[in-house]
Design a protein around this ligand. Structure first.
Ligand SMILES: *Cc1c(COP(=O)(O)O)cnc(C)c1O
Length: 424
C-alpha cells in the first residue's frame, strides 16, 4: 500500500520506506490515502487472533512483506492477549497491559521492531531514542535480542522512578542505556543533534523508531477487533469505545478499525486537563494551552502528534466526525472515578479511569461501553495506593526487574561525548 505524506502530497512512499524513515519531508506524517474496507466482518471476528490479525494487516503491508514473513512477524508481535474484563452489566475494560512492559505500547513497539528488522536485512541499524519513562521500556523490550539492531536509550539521570528505570536499564546484549546529567529536554536535544549529523546517521545507521511511526498504528488496529470478537454478535453494533488519549495514536487506530468495517457505534476521546482535542471538538478552534502535569501523566500532551491523521480521515470523508465526542476529566474526578471503579470490584489506574469517566458521562441505556486499560495499575503504584488507600503487590515482571543490576552508563549532556559513544 502506498502512503502519503500528509504535509507534502508530492511525497508518496511504500510501507517499508515509511517504517524506516518514520517522518516524511517537513516533518509530515505518513498515512494511507484510503483505508481498505473489509467484507465478512463477522467471519473475521470468529477467527482466532493470529489468523484475524494476518487478514487485518496484510492489505497494509503485502507489497513489502510476503505472507510467510507476515505470519512470522505476527507470531513474534502478538505474544500476549488483549483481555476483556467485565466491570458491570454495561461496561468492560479492554486490558491492553498484559505484555512484557505492562503497557499497551508493547503492541505497537513490538510490531515496529519486527518490521524494521525485516526491512533491515543485513544492514546494521542503531535505534536512538530519548525517554521520560514508558516508551523506553516498550522499545527496549521490543528490540531486545534482535540481530543487527543496536538500541541506545537516553534518559534523564535521577528524574524517573527507580522501577521505571529498571524496566529498561537491566537488559543486556543489544540494549544500551545512558543516564544523562540533565532533564528530559536535554536528552531530546542530544538525540536531535545526532539526527542532524549526516555523517553519524550514515556511519551507525541511525533510526528513531519514534512514536509516530505508522507501523505502530497498524498493530493497534488489531485489538479493537479482538474487543468486539469477545462480545455477543447481537450487541456489537451498540458498542461505544472510550480511549484515554495523549498523542491520539490509540484513538486513531480505533477509527481506522471502524473505517475498515468494524461496527463500533461511536468513540469518546477522553483526556485529562490537557484538553486541546475536547475543546476543539466542542468549538472548532485549535488552541493548545501550556502542558500541565496530571495523575495520568502519560497523557500530559497538549499538542497531540497523531491528531492530523484523525483530521485527515474526517476531512477525506472516511470517518464521520459526529461519531466522535470528547471529554476532559479533572484531577478530583479522576481520583473519584478510580475509587468508584474500585468499589465496583475493579482495580484500575488513572489513565483508564479517565476513559471510564467518558462512558459514565455519555452512555445511554441501550449502549454497551468499552474503555481501554492502557497500563497495569502497578505501573502507577504510588498514585493508585494513595488514592485508594491500599497496598499493591508488584506483578512478577516488575519484581524480577527490580532485583537485577542497573547497567546504565552516566553521560554528560554533551553531543561530542555522545557521538564518540555511538561510534565506539
Ligand atoms: C501513551 C499512553 C496513553 C496515550 O496514548 P496515545 O496513543 O498517545 O493517545 C495512555 N495511557 C498510557 C498508560 C500511556 O502510556
Amino acid at each position: 500500500m502506498q502512503l502519503n505524506n500528509l504535509k507534502d502530497p508530492q511525497q508518496v512512499v511504500d510501507f517499508a520506506t515509511a517504517v524506516k524513515t518514520g517522518l516524511g519531508k517537513q516533518q509530515g506524517l505518513f498515512f494511507p490515502a484510503k483505508i481498505p474496507t473489509l467484507t465478512g466482518i463477522n467471519h473475521l471476528l470468529s477467527m482466532n487472533t493470529q489468523s484475524r490479525n494476518f487478514h487485518l494487516l496484510r492489505p497494509f503491508v503485502h507489497e513489502n512483506i510476503d505472507d510467510e514473513a507476515l505470519h512470522r512477524i505476527i507470531g513474534q508481535t502478538f505474544t500476549f492477549p488483549a483481555r476483556m474484563q467485565t466491570v458491570n452489566a454495561q461496561v468492560s475494560c479492554l486490558e491492553l497491559f498484559h505484555g512484557p512492559t505492562l503497557a499497551f505500547k508493547d503492541f505497537g513497539a513490538r510490531f515496529m521492531a519486527q518490521c524494521l528488522q525485516h526491512f533491515a536485512g543485513n544492514e546494521k541499524i542503531t535505534i536512538l531514542t530519548a525517554t521520560s519513562g514508558d516508551t523506553g521500556a516498550a522499545v527496549a523490550h521490543a528490540f531486545h535480542g534482535l540481530d543487527n539492531i543496536e538500541v541506545v536509550i537516553l534518559f534523564p539521570h535521577g528524574k524517573i522512578s527507580e522501577l521505571q528505570q529498571k524496566m529498561f536499564t537491566t537488559l543486556s546484549g543489544n540494549i544500551r542505556t545512558l543516564a544523562v546529567d540533565g532533564a528530559f529536554d536535554d536528552c531530546q536535544k542530544l538525540v536531535k543533534q545526532c539526527f542532524d549529523d549526516p555523517d553519524l546517521v550514515q556511519a551507525v545507521g541511525l533510526n528513531s523508531a519514534n512514536s509516530i511511526n505508522v507501523s505502530r498504528l497498524f498493530a493497534q488496529i488489531c485489538y479493537y477487533f479482538d474487543a468486539l470478537a469477545q462480545l455477543p454478535v447481537h450487541r456489537r453494533e451498540q458498542t461505544v469505545v472510550a480511549v484515554p488519549s495523549g498523542n491520539f495514536g490509540n484513538l486513531c487506530a480505533g477509527i481506522i478499525a471502524k473505517t475498515m468495517g468494524l461496527p463500533i457505534k461511536r468513540f469518546i476521546a477522553s483526556t485529562n486537563l490537557n484538553d486541546t482535542v475536547p475543546r476543539y471538538l466542542q468549538d472548532g478552534v485549535w488552541a493548545p494551552n501550556a502542558t500541565v502535569e496530571t495523575l495520568s501523566n502519560a497523557m500530559d500532551v497538549s499538542k497531540p502528534n497523531n491528531w492530523p491523521r484523525i483530521e485527515y480521515l474526517i476531512e477525506s470523508g472516511q470517518f464521520d466526525r459526529r461519531l466522535l465526542s470528547g471529554l476532559a476529566v479533572d484531577e478530583n474526578t479522576t481520583a473519584d472515578t478510580l475509587q468508584d471503579l474500585y468499589r465496583q470490584g475493579y482495580l484500575s489506574e488513572p489513565h483508564a479511569a479517565v476513559a471510564y469517566q467518558g462512558l459514565v458521562d455519555s452512555l445511554t441505556d441501550d449502549e454497551l461501553g468499552i474503555f481501554l486499560g492502557t497500563a497495569h495499575p502497578a505501573k502507577f503504584k504510588s498514585t493508585v495506593e494513595a488514592i485508594l488507600g491500599i497496598e499493591l503487590p508488584l506483578p512478577e515482571a516488575i519484581a524480577e526487574c527490580a532485583k537485577l543490576p542497573d547497567l546504565s552508563t552516566r553521560l554528560a549532556p554533551d553531543f561530542k561525548a555522545l557521538r564518540r559513544y555511538l561510534k565506539s
